[in-house]
Design a protein around this ligand. Structure first.
Ligand SMILES: Cc1ncc(COP(=O)(O)O)c(C=O)c1O
Length: 446
């Protein structure tokens, strides 16, 4: 008899029992051992050679062993520690319920640990981090929080992702905000000069929104310079960090961005539905709360039963937590922290950034040798995304035919191109496989 769906999802024999190995160290040290014991496996990645290190990393990431996995730009692979955290938190909730005071306190601690872990990657204070469900949520938090007036202007680019663009369309429809679209992100165009030009052409630019790494061309933008130019014109700089956070150094202090909206599920190898947004402390007054919930109010106007300051008067919390109105999924939050902890203390950021870039360059160099390939990513400003077009085949078709050969890339944008993501866990052999597969597809009849 076929197993019911219920059985497949609820069978307990596949769930490992709780196991305590080592206390959780690293960025989330402040979390009590009770939470820490959920991290089961601690494999030391600080081994002697890169070859051994890459092998140890790949051991934690089953999909990269099964496929030539070159699509972190869509979703990165989940490390084992993250999967175990997801599974164990779900098991705890199922077995123990979710209502005891200690369990509620644990959820609060898990969120604090996640903010600390993100702050470690971003080089900011934990109270400048709000946990979100996605990059798009972070961008909406920033954009919808500004007090827009008809005739206000925003500058962005046609190369931006819908996660950044569609909230702008909403601003235009709802508040009459004028959008000034540039080509920033396209290879061969000076992004700083293009922004200066757009700012000069406008009169009331309140915000500039651009990606740190373009999803559609792979270009790494000089965010520090762009943010400086935006600030000189009195505009906020909002950065879509979906493709950058985890791919290139994301020190928000050095970058100067006011808002940096991150995805958990891509280069940070976290689960879907977990992300974070950095909001510079000095900008929190300007970026108001759009949604508000229990954690959005510090004091609510009642003092010893007396209403002071009038009905509805309240003081928001000092930090970015004020923007977290939507309930977060504890398993995902815990798994996100597990991924960040693994990347930070087991793999190492410097190594990650260096390797992603080296593999990106190798991919660029090898793809360029393939007859009929045109590269759309600028060699002088690239990291882990390589965009290309292969003559004679529609990009979506190439993605499909590569997938039939277990090579995972994707097609993006308009005009469409193919995109390769080089993760820190990839190898030169993965890229050689990609090239061989493209050459084989070229030889096949259409
Ligand atoms: C540049 C960019 N921004 C935003 C998004 C949307 O991300 P999320 O699903 O985290 O909102 C993506 C997803 O691919 C992206 O590449």
């Amino acid at each position: 008899m076929a197993q019911s769906l219920w059985y497949r999802y609820y069978r307990t024999d596949v769930i490992p029992p709780f196991e305590y190995r080592q206390p959780f160290e690293g960025v989330a040290n402040c979390v009590r051992q009770e939470t820490a014991r959920l991290y089961l496996e601690r494999r030391d990645m600080r081994v002697s050679s890169d070859v051994e290190k890459v092998a140890a990393i790949r051991h934690e990431l089953p999909p990269v062993q099964q496929y030539v996995y070159l699509n972190t730009g869509s979703n990165g692979p989940l490390p084992k520690a993250s999967y175990i955290a997801l599974q164990n938190q779900a098991l705890r909730e199922w077995q123990e319920g979710r209502t005891r005071a200690q369990q509620i306190a644990q959820v609060v601690e898990m969120q604090e640990a996640a903010r600390i872990a993100f702050a470690g990657v971003l080089g900011c204070a934990p109270d400048e981090v709000a946990l979100t469900h996605s990059t798009t949520e972070g961008i909406n938090i920033a954009l919808m929080g500004l007090n827009w007036q008809p005739g206000d202007e925003v500058i962005s680019a046609t190369t931006e992702h819908s996660g950044g663009l569609y909230p702008l369309f909403l601003l235009e429809q709802r508040y009459g905000v004028a959008l000034r679209m540039t080509q920033i992100g396209v290879a061969g165009l000076d992004p700083v000069a293009a922004l200066q030009h757009a700012l000069q052409a406008g009169r009331r630019t309140r915000a500039v929104i651009l990606s740190h790494v373009s999803w559609s061309t792979g270009r790494v933008l000089p965010v520090a310079e762009l943010a400086r130019v935006a600030h000189e014109a009195g505009a906020l700089f909002i950065c879509d960090a979906a493709q950058s956070c985890g791919m290139v150094p994301s020190d928000v202090e050095a970058l100067g961005a006011d808002v940096y909206a991150c995805a958990g599920q891509k280069w940070l190898c976290g689960p879907q539905g977990a992300g974070a947004v950095y909001v510079r402390r000095e900008r929190m007054g300007e970026i108001q709360q759009t949604f508000i919930g229990t954690t959005g109010i510090e004091t609510n106007g009642f003092v010893e039963g007396q209403l002071i300051g009038g009905p509805g008067a309240f003081v928001p919390p000092a930090g970015a937590k004020r923007y977290e109105a939507l309930t977060l999924h504890p398993s995902s939050v815990l798994a996100m922290t597990a991924s960040l902890e693994w990347l930070t203390s087991q793999v190492g950021w410097e190594w990650i950034y260096r390797r992603i870039q080296e593999l990106g360059k190798y991919c660029y160099q090898e793809l360029r040798k393939v007859p009929g390939v045109t590269i759309h990513t600028p060699a002088e400003a690239m990291a882990g995304l390589v965009h290309f077009h292969l003559e004679g085949i529609v990009p979506a078709k190439l993605t499909e035919r590569l997938e039939q050969r277990d090579v995972l890339i994707r097609d993006v944008g308009d005009p469409a191109v193919n995109r390769v993501s080089t993760g820190f866990y990839n190898t030169r052999e993965d890229i050689d496989h990609l090239i061989d597969a493209i050459l084989a597809i070229k030889r096949e009849p259409c």
